[in-house]
Design a protein around this ligand. Structure first.
Ligand SMILES: [Zn+2]
Ligand SMILES: [Zn+2]
Length: 294
């Protein structure tokens, strides 16, 4: 998720925003160390080059998004709060409930948005720059095409007044996203604790399934922070042997797609959304695999 909040609305907000801006670096450092000490998949010799590429793309995206959407997001949220606009004003007597409902609605929207990215061919073309990473690790959490960020941030500018979201809600939710996406993309496992954690949040074992090359697995586990959305929509899928999951996309395995230029070119490469061509084939394969729904 891009850095979009650059201004303040209270004394505490600047401090929280400072934490928000530092959080990706902290999460990256902690989970990089974890991956180094106890990697789930064997560490690749090209690990450092892979990280530099993904993080260079992320820094460039953060800069562009900050310039284009930082002030606009702050202005939209401030106007929304000042004018008491949006759906959440219906529960204005209960500030805690309204605040929590705002976070839930943002997370629910992220589920819908992610699912649309897998359904709509144009969106999938951009989103596959995230899925084309064959060596998923903590840096993959920041690997997105600028086009996906631009569409997502534009839609969120509409969502803010529609729902009546405050700057606080946006900043707190962004922090939750940063923590959770770094955690569930990391090349780690939490072992048996995964089973308990995924009752509430998206876990590394869950998100590995989402990055599988096998389309029926790719089209599952869309949730970003809370796993409840996948349960409600019956899109939660588990693989009892995550070591068997082949990560990435078959058509973008070649190293030319892993460079920064390659990632930027990914939306413009040929090929349909895999699900449109392999769904039938995948269904028959599904019967022979032990992937489970929960
Ligand atoms: Zn996805
Ligand atoms: Zn992912």
């Amino acid at each position: 998720m891009p850095v979009v909040v650059l201004a303040t609305e209270s004394e505490w907000l600047p401090r929280v925003i400072s934490i928000r801006l530092a959080l990706p670096v902290v999460m990256l450092a902690v989970l990089w160390a974890w991956e180094t000490l106890r990697p789930f998949f064997e560490l690749q010799q090209t690990r450092n080059r892979h990280a530099v590429r993904n993080l260079t793309l992320a820094v460039c995206n953060a800069f562009v998004m900050g310039v284009l959407f930082g002030a606009a997001t702050v202005a939209t949220a401030t106007w929304t709060s000042d004018n008491g606009f949006g759906l959440l004003q219906l529960i204005d007597r209960f500030p805690v409930a309204r605040f929590t409902a705002g976070l839930m609605l943002l997370d629910g929207w992220m589920y819908v948005w992610h699912r649309l990215n897998h359904r709509v061919t144009l969106l999938w073309r951009f989103h596959r720059a995230h899925h084309s990473d064959p060596n998923m690790d903590v840096t993959t959490a920041s690997r997105f095409h600028l086009g996906e960020h631009l569409i997502s941030a534009t839609l969120r500018l509409v969502l803010i007044p529609l729902l009546g979201l405050s700057l606080w809600q946006i900043v707190i939710y962004e922090m939750a996203v940063v923590v959770m996406t770094h955690f569930h993309h990391a090349n780690i496992t939490v072992g048996r604790a995964d089973r308990w954690l995924r009752c509430l949040i998206v876990t590394p074992d869950m998100h590995k399934v989402h990055h599988s090359r096998w389309q029926p697995e790719t089209d599952s586990n869309y949730a970003v922070v809370l796993s409840v959305w996948d349960r409600l929509a019956r899109t939660l899928q588990l693989n009892p042997d995550p070591h068997s999951i082949a990560i990435g996309l078959d058509e973008f395995t070649d190293d030319c797609w892993q460079s920064i230029r390659g990632m930027l070119r990914t939306p413009f490469a040929g090929g349909q959304r895999p699900g449109l061509t392999q769904e039938t084939e995948g269904q028959s394969e599904q019967e022979s695999r032990s992937t489970t729904h929960t």
